[in-house]
Design a protein around this ligand. Structure first.
Ligand code: NAD
Ligand code: APR
Length: 230
């Protein structure tokens, strides 16, 4: 089973989504700030954007949807992979272990000098030294627009074999994640969407349930576990 999550699963934890909020941050469209060009032009602005989001993580916690997926993993083990577009660590803090962050992780710093990655909870805007090579070239370990998402080989392999594809809290507007449902449909894999609003891919899903993730996800996990225990 492959479960894809987007910003919507973290919305009820207090982390604004990309397109549901007023879409602006310090007068900038997040999708204008999250690009290699923005980082080259104004690195201080990009660091401020991610330093603020990284510090906000300390003020929020996982919600019932994240916890339900962790409960599902306790039962399914290696038969479940959570692929998230989110860069927060709420899946892990809820107890999920098999999580693939295809857009990177906010609490990770990437050294562009020596390519090392380090767990990181503090700011990067003051150019701290890389613990490995000592240079001051650490950037947010986040996949920006125009960059290649992480783990695509592993995701395609998981989609190839999975018995169910579930999408939770994503608008289905950004590729390649938005194409995962079409890939599952082409393989004849059953598909389910759990989302507050209709998404760009809703019509591709066998079933689409409408509502907040904290209500839909625990109810769906209870259904799966009831079948699983029969
Ligand atoms: P993109 O929208 O340019 O699309 C990536 C790939 O999908 C490209 O090969 C493109 O040709 C293809 N594609 C785009 N639209 C398509 C469509 N309608 N049909 C079929 N194929 C389509 O990717 P991006 O917007 O440049 O972003 C690259 C990655 O960075 C994405 O995964 C994005 O989500 C991620 N990102 C992360 C953050 C963050 O803060 N975490 C912010 C911005 C982007
Ligand atoms: N419960 C369930 N779904 C929700 C909730 C909620 N409480 N709140 C919002 N949603 C849904 C919205 O209906 C919307 O479809 O979550 C989706 C959020 O969509 P976006 O803001 O576009 O977030 P996402 O789909 O994760 O964006 C994809 O775009 O900017 C890039 O890389 C960035 O990962 C991001 C990617």
């Amino acid at each position: 089973m492959v479960v894809l999550t987007g910003a919507g699963i973290s919305a009820e934890s207090g982390l604004p989504t990309f397109r549901d909020a007023d879409g602006l941050w310090e007068g900038h469209d997040p999708m204008q700030v999250a690009t290699p060009e923005a980082y080259a032009t104004d690195p201080a602005l990009v660091h401020r954007f991610y330093d603020e989001r990284r510090s906000a993580l300390a003020r929020v916690g996982p919600n019932a949807a994240h916890s339900a997926l962790a409960r599902l993993e306790e039962a399914l083990g290696d038969d479940l992979l959570v692929v998230t577009q989110n860069i927060d660590d709420l899946h892990e803090r809820a107890g999920s272990r098999r999580v693939l962050h295809m857009h990177g992780r906010l609490r990770s710093a990437w050294c562009t000098a020596c390519d090392a990655r380090h767990d990181w909870i503090g700011p990067l805007g003051h150019h701290p030294a890389c613990p490995d090579c000592g240079t001051r070239e650490l950037r947010p370990d986040v996949v920006w627009f125009g960059e290649v998402p992480h783990g695509m080989d592993r995701i395609e392999e998981a989609l190839w074999d999975c018995d169910l594809f579930v999408s939770i809290g994503t608008s289905g507007l950004v590729y390649p994640a938005a194409a995962f449902v079409q890939y599952a449909v082409a393989r004849g894999t059953p598909t389910l969407e759990l989302n507050l609003d209709a998404s760009d891919g809703t019509s591709d899903f066998d079933e689409s349930r409408r509502g907040p993730a904290t209500r839909l996800v625990p109810a769906w996990v209870d259904e799966v576990l009831a079948d699983y225990r029969r």
